[in-house]
Design a protein around this ligand. Structure first.
Ligand SMILES: [Zn+2]
Length: 582
């Protein structure tokens, strides 16, 4: 044959082959109610996945045409699916390590807390320290602070170290105070407090903020291998909850290296970003080192290091959040910021100039204002094109500051689970009735044009489960439905918005909205299937809904064998083969 003809045929084949290959799916999920997060087409029945990406979405018939000999088919049996959850503010390594210590989440009385600690201590004679996490301020009788005597009664020999659910306060026994050599003369450095008996001056056993470090530094650090083991356990838990992306609100080059190791071994089953914890003591060299990691992993589909995490204040429950006016139950204080606005501005500018996105922890309305002012300052000086500055938590915000979020393009990153009405008694007393009307003001912020992003702040939360977060966002009621009218019900958001805040908006918050967070052609094939349809059930059932299947990067990483035994109900299409084993 003529050479030009042969070449033309070859070119045609080369052109045609990849196109045809791309039209066959590795995985098809069909016969479902798939919420895509795409406004133009919010619901589809089926989707095809190839090479970890979504190939096509549409009707069962249309997607059925993309099945080949090797295609895995999962019949969703009419169940609801959605993009995988993105937990946009988390401390994943800490949470993962916590899986091996006393879990105090859900305890509502001192006796319950004591029982759990005693049981754990008995079961773990090998542990030199008894560590726990998750106690709530409201569990103590009359809302009083706990004491070392409460713990000495159950464990006097070994040191006990129990972190509050928000991570800002620690409760220890006498042995721990003794090991840390805390006496009436010991001073807490920086932003913190050793709570003392007003008469004797003795430490009561409660340490706030930086004072926690006085005891913590005596607890042996986990080894690198222990950290990797913990992260694997954490990823397993995340997969079972439908979480396919996490954004660490704090970290270091060292903690980043752990995820790098998991990535290298092919074990990373959650897309991860890490923010560098930054404070006035952070050196330019540290910022530059982290920015270099950021450059190396820029646009990486699995792992990123693009942000800096700053912190302005503490928490409301211990009166360490910085408020514009005094606390209602402690009128002599309004909480002080960790550092001045001027120091914050310079720190934010330095981190921004290093090339890092900014996250700032700001809980009180004064802290939120300092953060907004600081971001405005950085914007005016550096004129960034698309900085996506973030403020984290925003538990109280002044009404006049709400429109500034939209104006400055600042993302409101918040945790619906923190507004679970079962945990807000001490909080409400501290801020008083007038400010409580603006508690966790999701609806006001959304109405003011702010982009809402949701997360758990795990382990500083009563639950990592995004469905618990959605439940709180939509209902402002506990799992049991209290209070009946909802706690500050005006600040509820609808399910669509709450789901977006847990998916597409989370992707936007890490500059990945064109890659993940929606179920659409070309997007990462990360998705979650639920035991029931969140849109048709009583909204009070959202929190008890279970994840039955999680797909990450086109592969099944979690399946609830009981609720989703054979990949769903029998297919109505005889040509579709059921996936029997995943
Ligand atoms: Zn946090």
């Amino acid at each position: 044959m003529p050479i030009w003809y042969a070449m033309a045929v070859l070119l045609l084949c080369l052109g045609a082959l990849p196109a045809r290959a791309a039209e066959v799916a590795d995985l098809v999920l069909t016969n479902g109610r798939v919420w895509t997060g795409v406004p133009q087409q919010p619901w589809v029945e089926a989707m095809a996945v190839a090479k970890g990406r979504i190939l096509k979405t549409g009707s069962r018939e249309a997607i059925g045409k993309l099945t080949g000999r090797k295609t895995q088919i999962i019949d969703l049996g009419g169940r609801m699916a959605a993009p995988g959850f993105n937990d946009a503010h988390i401390h994943f390594l800490g949470g993962a390590l916590d899986l091996a210590i006393v879990d105090l989440n859900g305890t509502t009385s001192l006796a319950q807390i004591q029982r759990r600690v005693a049981e754990y201590a008995r079961a773990h004679p090998e542990r030199a320290w008894i560590e726990g996490v998750g106690w709530q301020y409201s569990a103590l009788p009359g809302g009083r602070l706990p004491t070392r005597a409460d713990l000495d009664a159950i464990e006097a020999k070994r040191p006990v170290f129990l972190r509050s659910y928000d991570g800002h306060t620690v409760w220890v026994n006498s042995r721990a105070l003794e090991i840390a050599k805390i006496t009436p003369q010991t001073r807490a450095e920086g932003f913190g407090e050793i709570v003392r008996d007003p008469v004797s001056g003795e430490a009561t056993g409660v340490l706030k903020e930086s004072a926690v470090g006085l005891v913590r530094r005596h607890i042996p650090e986990p080894t690198r291998e222990e950290q990797l083991v913990a992260l694997r356990a954490g990823m397993k838990l995340a997969a079972s909850l439908g979480i396919t992306s996490i954004q660490n609100a704090g970290g270091s080059a060292e903690s980043f290296a752990l995820y790098e190791e998991l990535l290298r071994r092919g074990e990373l089953t959650v897309r991860t970003s890490v923010a560098l914890s930054v404070g006035p003591q952070t050196t330019d060299a540290e910022l530059t080192e982290f920015a270099r990691i950021h450059e190396r992993y820029k646009n990486h589909p699995m792992l990123r290091a693009g942000a800096a995490k700053l912190l302005i204040d503490g928490v409301i429950e211990t009166h360490t959040a910085a408020m514009l006016t005094p606390y209602s139950d402690k009128p002599d204080t309004r909480g002080e910021p960790a550092y001045s606005a001027e120091v914050f501005n310079q720190l934010a500018l330095r981190a921004h100039k290093a090339g890092l996105q900014l996250y700032t922890h700001a809980i009180g309305d004064r802290a939120v204002r300092i953060a907004l002012d600081g971001y405005e300052y950085v914007k005016n000086i550096a004129q960034p094109a698309d900085p996506r500055f973030r403020i984290e938590h925003i538990e109280v915000v002044a009404p006049q500051d709400i429109p500034r979020f939209a104006r400055l393009g600042v993302i409101a990153s918040m945790e619906p689970i923190h507004a679970d009405p079962g945990t807000v008694e001490v909080w409400s007393r501290a801020v008083g009735p007038e400010r409580t009307e603006r508690a966790f003001a999701w609806a006001d912020l959304a109405a003011g044009g702010a982009r809402l992003v949701f997360s758990s702040d795990w382990p500083a939360a009563i639950s990592l489960d995004p469905l618990r977060g959605l439940h709180s966002a939509v209902n402002r009621r506990t799992l049991e439905g209290t209070p009946p009218g909802g706690w500050v019900a005006r600040q509820r958001v609808d399910l669509q918005r709450a789901l977006r805040a847990y998916t597409a908006e989370g992707a936007y918050a890490s500059f990945e909205e064109n890659f993940k967070g929606r179920i659409a052609p070309g997007m990462a094939a990360d998705l979650v299937v639920f035991s029931q349809d969140l849109f048709t059930i009583d909204p009070l059932q959202i929190g008890s809904t279970k994840v039955v299947l999680t797909v990450f990067d086109g592969k099944v990483i979690y399946r609830d064998a009981e609720r989703f035994a054979n990949g769903g109900e029998a297919s109505r299409n005889p040509k579709e083969r059921l996936l029997q084993s995943m």
